[in-house]
Design a protein around this ligand. Structure first.
Ligand code: ADP
Ligand code: MG
Length: 730
């Protein structure tokens, strides 16, 4: 009888692609299906009385709360539309500090006096909710006696339906806050950071004489990497099911060294999954655009067209949810963990970020006239200042136990933040600072506001993949975010830091201009100073090189190479200040977030430690012991035939097995004790340190022996699916 592992493998390689349900739609143009499950402006216009529509549109545009007077009419129109589109329930959909999204469905149902039911959805139900929030992390903000959290509709993101079979539910994107009004989610600070950025950027636009723009927005395009593993095989790996990554597993004889997977032809089962997913996303109004194989076997990427930051963030969360659902349908498990497999690349999420004004002008576009150039240089200076002065705050957007396995591991950018500008642009800045470029000694003096920039190549990034923060022509690409992470934290920090830098710049320029200096002269004095001050953050070299860590230390750039160290600095006054300055987070909110993130780290590491100990005891040691018994038998039997000295190679094999078994038994005991110790440690920071310093090394030690045993033990005895099977059976 073949083992469950072999049966699963056989099933995996013999599974035919699942034809997408929406097969008839695969060939249909994106235009036809785009946003059909979204109650967007066009649908609102069609379904609402004119005056109500006008008021609602204004609410959406200005990010205001919905006027209760029109709420009932809006809610009723939404409900009718939702029911026509198959929805039976509604939910407030929010982003608690778990890092995931939360929902609680209620049916559109209300009993009548005569024992019947009618479908009902009132304005009050749309605008606000009071979910029992006692089980969501609050970091001490909410006392246990005040268990309620409050949700309120964020009208800047349209409501949408997740269709059957995934719920048939109307989703209302909402904020989530405590009784005392503090943010318990990631949407509130994101929105606050966007307004701060807008306010400060508008001051610069005004200085440049812009009279038409009314606000500035942040745009985000997140590239999402993920792995797909066959469900039959994944079912036999408790680590994949519970931790989202393998905790043990010997490297596959074939990994990514042939570089044959990247941009390779997409396996048919995966292709069907992607088509189904894209259709579903497009019907939810998510502009899914790019798909391809990534570097590691079994690794893929999906990228939407960029959207306004708040919407992009919601859409990315939704995208990850849909990826998980859709993977199940296609017989896969979708892994968005940062490092599911050792020895091959992990997954990141490149956060492409730019800012544009309400007229649609990208403020990070170099432009072609001296004035455009000057304005571009101001925004560029602001970004450099933001990253240089607030890199510790930005690093906080990438913290997490999973991402620690990736950052700095020669496949992902280092934990040290630096900015890649490319040679040409760096040369321009050198010219502004010194009057001459470093590369082009003859370049003329660059007079800001008078000279034009030399033509810059469109893709300045020159594919420097080692930089965590690269200028790519008209946007910055922040590459240190982990694949499982919400992009909200990184964009909150980025918007806050840039708002802060713009505030400094605008304050100085406004003072000069009001004292009678003309703008160009003021810029000519400010920009060289700013570029000089912040040049240490610019690094165009190889971020993977060891020498960079030393060089970065000389430049005074922080290197918080693990989550706990980075989080310890969350409460440093200069880190807090960037969030406090424009009211993006209050001190209580910051301290509670620090606690929540530390706890999340400790819990993740403790769970992984326990899980690994279980797997070793239940699935690694038993087959290894069996192999040891067989090896002992072989020694005895060979000796019987060839005499005591004749069984040397049998003994060698036995000793090798035995050595790893003994070490693993010892290792697993140490691991269990380390978990226990961490769990008993008081204080969020101390506990996280105990997890990092006690559990992680114990896990690594266990892994060494478990992986060695996987290689030594006869294949038919091994119960856990191996890397080769997980990575290559699609
Ligand atoms: P790459 O070559 O870096 O892998 P992709 O095509 O995978 O590029 O993804 C690039 C992402 O950057 C897309 O989501 C795209 O919409 C986004 N993007 C393009 N221009 C901007 C911009 N101005 N602001 C923000 N994001 C942008
Ligand atoms: Mg890409």
């Amino acid at each position: 009888m073949s083992s469950p592992r072999k049966k699963a493998l056989f099933k995996a390689v013999n599974t035919a692609p699942v034809i997408p349900t929406s097969a008839d739609e695969v060939g249909r143009s994106a235009e036809d299906i785009f946003g059909r499950y979204v109650f967007g402006l066009a649908t609102m216009r069609k379904r609402l009385p004119k005056d109500v529509f006008k008021k609602l549109a204004k609410t959406i545009r200005d990010g205001e709360r919905l006027n209760p007077e029109i709420a009932d009419v809006v809610a009723n129109a939404m409900k009718d539309w939702a029911i026509e589109n198959g929805a039976t329930h509604y939910t407030h959909w929010f982003h608690p500090m778990t890092g995931l999204t939360a929902e609680k469905h209620d049916a559109f149902l209300s009993p009548t006096i005569d024992g019947q039911v009618i479908s009902e959805f009132s304005g009050k139900m749309l605008i606000s909710g009071e979910p029992d929030a006692s089980s969501f992390p609050s970091g001490g903000i909410r006392s246990t006696f005040e268990a309620r959290g409050y949700t309120a509709w964020d009208p800047s993101v349209p409501v949408f339906i997740i269709p059957a079979p995934y719920g048939a539910t109307l989703h209302i994107p909402t904020y989530f806050y405590s009784y005392s009004g503090e943010a318990l989610d990631r949407k509130i600070p994101l929105i606050r950071s966007i307004s701060a950025l807008s306010r400060q950027a508008m001051r610069i636009l005004k200085l440049f004489g812009n009279t038409t723009a009314s606000y500035v927005r942040a745009n985000v395009g997140p590239e999402q990497e993920y792995f797909l593993v066959d469900k039959n095989l994944a079912a036999l790996r408790p680590d994949l099911l519970m931790a989202g990554r393998t905790l043990i597993g010997a490297t596959s004889p074939k990994g990514q060294e042939m570089e044959d997977h990247y941009f390779g032809s997409i396996p048919p089962r995966v292709m069907s999954f992607m088509q189904d997913l894209e259709n579903e996303l497009r019907s939810l109004g998510i502009p899914a655009k790019t798909r391809h194989n990534e570097v590691a076997p079994g690794q893929f990427e999906i990228a939407p067209v960029y959207e306004e930051a708040n919407i992009a963030c919601d859409h990315n969360m939704l995208c990850m949810n849909m990826m998980r659902h859709m993977a199940g349908k296609h017989g896969f498990v979708c892994l968005v963990h940062e490092k599911p497999f050792a020895g091959v690349n992990g997954s990141g999420k490149h956060n492409n970020w730019s800012i544009s004004d309400s007229d649609g002008t990208n403020l990070l576009n170099p432009g072609s006239t001296p004035v455009d150039n000057a304005q571009f240089l101001v925004f560029l200076a602001a970004v450099l200042r933001a990253v240089h002065m607030h890199s510790a705050a930005l690093r906080l957007g990438t913290v997490g136990a999973g991402n620690d396995h990736r950052l700095g591991a020669n496949e992902a950018p280092p934990a040290i933040l630096s900015v890649y500008l490319g040679e040409q642009l760096t040369d321009v800045l050198d010219t502004i600072v010194n009057g001459k470029g470093s590369k082009n000694k003859k370049s003329a003096v660059m007079e800001v506001g008078v000279s034009t920039l030399p033509p810059l190549p469109v893709d300045l990034s020159d594919r420097n993949r080692t930089s965590p923060f690269a200028f790519t022509g008209n946007k910055f690409e922040f590459r240190a975010v982990g694949s499982s992470q919400s992009v909200a934290p990184v964009n909150i920090a980025l918007n806050a830091a840039v708002a802060s830098a713009l505030d400094d710049i605008a304050t100085e320029l406004e003072a000069s201009v009001s004292a009678g200096t003309d703008l160009n002269t003021a810029l000519q004095s400010l920009l060289p100073r700013l570029f000089k001050e912040h040049m240490p953050i610019v690094f165009n070299g190889n971020g993977y090189a060891e020498s960079w860590a030393e060089e970065a230390a000389r430049r005074g750039l922080p290197n918080y190479n693990n989550t706990v160290t980075a989080l310890e600095h969350y409460s440093d006054p200069d880190v807090m200040n960037v969030f406090l300055r424009h009211g993006i987070l209050t001190e209580r909110e910051i301290l509670s977030r620090q606690d929540i993130l530390l706890e999340n780290y400790s819990k993740t590491v403790c769970i992984e430690g326990n899980l690994l100990a279980d797997m070793i005891r239940s699935s690694v040691l038993p087959p290894s012991m069996e192999a040891q018994t067989r090896a002992a038998d072989a020694v005895i039997k060979t000796r019987a035939v060839l005499g005591d000295k004749g069984a040397a190679s049998e003994e060698e094999y036995f000793n090798e097995l035995r050595g790893h078994i003994v070490a693993l038994q010892k290792g697993v005991t140490v691991l269990e004790k380390a978990v226990e110790k961490a769990q008993c440690t008081e204080g969020a920071l101390e506990q996280a340190k105990a997890a990092r310093d006690g559990i992680l090394p114990a896990m690594a030690e266990c892994r060494t022996h478990a992986d060695a045993l996987e290689r030594l033990v006869e294949d038919s005895l091994w119960v856990l699916p191996k890397y080769a099977e997980l990575l290559w059976a699609h």
